[in-house]
Design a protein around this ligand. Structure first.
Ligand code: C5P
Length: 224
């Protein structure tokens, strides 16, 4: 059948990746987690003490970075590799979350990531989630979804996810991080988080994962 691009945007922890992964599985599409790219770049910058206020340091560092997504056959999910190292789990840690929005606001970083994202969309049959997918990366995506959920629900979801790996984490820490990232992401100069004019908004505060998936599938199937 026809292959399309599906762009999913929204604030932190609003359920984008859950929906995108399930939708990709249903449609036999490739899922690309664009946030993982910004997180992996941030991990590299942290490890190499890159001073992000120095343009030349950022530029030199980006030249040393190669990112790719590889399928983990056992999990049936793609994982991100930074210079051939699987960093899928490391990039989810709080130390990365605390810095990622500052790194993602840099023009050189965005150019680097968006370039690769657009290449990954060339063959269509792709579902990508992030902050600027419907507005900047794929402005002509056939289907654009914009997810929203109440703040308390987003904090609770992210807390439960992080708590499994780190029982020392507090809900206040998670709330603060989400609030800070949302603020930086929505107010940066380049490609701020915005709902594209032609995006369809889905508020999933009171939806189950199945209900949210069903809505998205209906919209996608209407186009295939
Ligand atoms: O999606 P996730 O929460 O993992 O993204 C981490 C961070 O990466 C976001 O808070 C944002 O700063 C940045 N990001 C971005 N543009 C995207 C995806 C993520 O700026 N398309």
């Amino acid at each position: 059948g026809k292959k399309i691009i599906i762009a999913i945007d929204g604030k932190s922890s609003c359920g984008k990746s859950t929906m995108a992964k399930q939708l990709a599985r249903e449609l036999g599409y490739v899922y690309v987690d664009s946030g993982a790219m910004y997180r992996a770049i941030t991990l590299y910058f942290l490890r190499n003490n890159v001073d992000i206020t120095e343009g030349s340091q950022v530029k030199d560092a980006l030249e040393e970075i190669e990112l790719d997504f590889r399928l983990n056959e056992q999990r049936g999910e793609v994982e991100i590799f930074l210079n051939d190292e699987n960093v899928e789990y490391l990039i989810r840690e709080m130390i990365v979350a605390e810095k990622v929005s500052e790194v993602a606001a840099l023009e050189a970083v965005r150019n680097f990531a968006v370039n690769q994202q657009q290449k990954m969309g060339k063959l269509k049959g792709v579902i990508m989630d992030g902050r600027d997918i419907g507005t900047v990366v794929f402005p002509h995506a056939e289907l654009k979804l914009f997810l929203t959920a109440d703040n308390a629900v987003r904090v609770e979801r992210r807390f439960r996810e992080l708590y499994q790996k780190n029982p020392n984490i507090t809900i206040e820490e998670v709330a603060h991080n989400i609030e800070m990232r949302d603020y930086i992401d929505a107010n940066r100069e380049i490609s701020p988080l915005r709902k594209a004019d032609d995006a369809i908004e889905i508020n999933n505060t009171h939806l189950t994962q199945e209900e949210q998936l069903h809505k998205a599938l209906e919209l996608a199937n209407g186009l295939l």
